[in-house]
Design a protein around this ligand. Sequence first.
Ligand code: MSP
Length: 496
Amino acid sequence: MKNFYITTPIYYVNSRPHIGHAYTTLSADVISRWRNISGDDVFFLTGTDEHGAKIAEAAKKSNKDPKDFTDEVSLEFVETWKNLGIEYSDFIRTTESRHEKGVESFMELLKNTGALYEGEYSGLYCTGCEKFMTEKDLVDNKCPDHNREPEKVVENNWFFKLSDYLKKIEILIKEDKIKICPDFAKKETLGLLKQNLEDFSVSRENVSWGIKLPWDQNQTVYVWVDALLNYITARGFPSISKDSWPADLQIIGKDILKFHAIYWPAMLLAAGLQTPREIFVHGYFTIDGKKMSKTIGNVIDPNDLVKEYGRDGARYLLLSQFPFGQDGDVKAEKFIDQYNSDLANGLGNLVSRVTSIVSSNNDLIFLDDLSESFCKDIRQSWERYESFFGSYAIEEAIKEIRALIKKSDEEVESFQIWDLVKKDKKRSSFVIHALLERIRVIAWMISPFMPETSEKIFLSLGIKNKSDITIKEAKELTWLPKSNEIKKCELLFPRK
Ligand code: MSP
């Protein structure tokens, strides 16, 4: 069994989770479930980023003590992930003492290796981004993401000697030792590396809500350095084994590429630790053509989607909007049409029709004689599905499932199976066997996306040992349905 360590960014707790956060976590959950059924031993980490001026400001605005405030909002993330059926292995909070201790050890290590020096930072800082900025990052003197003027700060900081690691990082990325996907993100990173990036501050002087530097109690660890370290403190840093690090796949949104593809590997190299194997960068989505924002009032709460479309419905809708890795637009009013066409009238209706015919005709005799061309089609479908997952083309894997559903619907119609079953038992057994086999394959293929629906279908097919087998075993077409064990499947997706 191969270990597979996958991470999401840890989310700021200045406000409640929205579908942007849900999109990242969900994609990581789907990939993690996929690796799991493929036979890997998966460790899936997510969590919340709770220190720094931005969070302290949000707590103050709510008239709450930062610790109470972060406890509340972090819990909202935990509850939202539960609602969405996210099955992580660990949820780390940067205010936990296991993390704080790990950060202190890491900072000591950096200092002892000579990677840090003391200096003065004089420049701009956007608390919304928690980023040091330069004039060229601004539009009309404002941070374009937060529409506010950054603060001018002059403070004593500890700096990290980034310049010592840039050449090495460039080589690692060019040789795909740190594989950055999709290609646009790799190119963007290599472009950034050509810009002679400056050394960055690892501590702040006037931010009290944070982890104090062990050797300088006037400074707290810069919130981005604090946050990036979650990926190793969750695995027990400073005592870390080769089974728990490096991460195999770090999923991030494109907004935080520089931190993950440059600063993070540099910090790891300085500490003598391995760099992550792969960073997958997904795009950003807009809602009805507009950036999602509280001011515009178009923020979608993933919990509302779950209330409306059910857990699996919400999972499906969120992940099938546009290609993973690209930007896209979400049209909220289209969710209902897609739900009805793909899930209620598509998958749900197919499973209901076929299982109900079998359950009311339990004298069907299935023989082990599916045609070679049928088996070949299924094999090819598996190959495509697996290769889509191999390149994290999640939406293409969804399209492959849709194609199987469509093909099955066409057969139900063209063979008129309700009539056929009354007229010709032998022939109808043959046709229905193929339909059931395709539904079994669909149940496997949807399991990373819609785990509950997949279980319900397996149950109605009379398959009980699903969790004991891997997808590799399931791919072998040895399943022989028994008509007396097949029950009409419960309603999967009520029409809206
Ligand atoms: N706390 C930092 C990350 C530290 S990781 C060491 C942070 N947090 S965040 O709450 O702002 O979350 C950012 C992530 O949320 C993005 O990288 C992206 O994965 C996801 N998204 C937020 N809005 C999004 C969209 N509109 N579209 C897609 N993903 C979005 O940055």
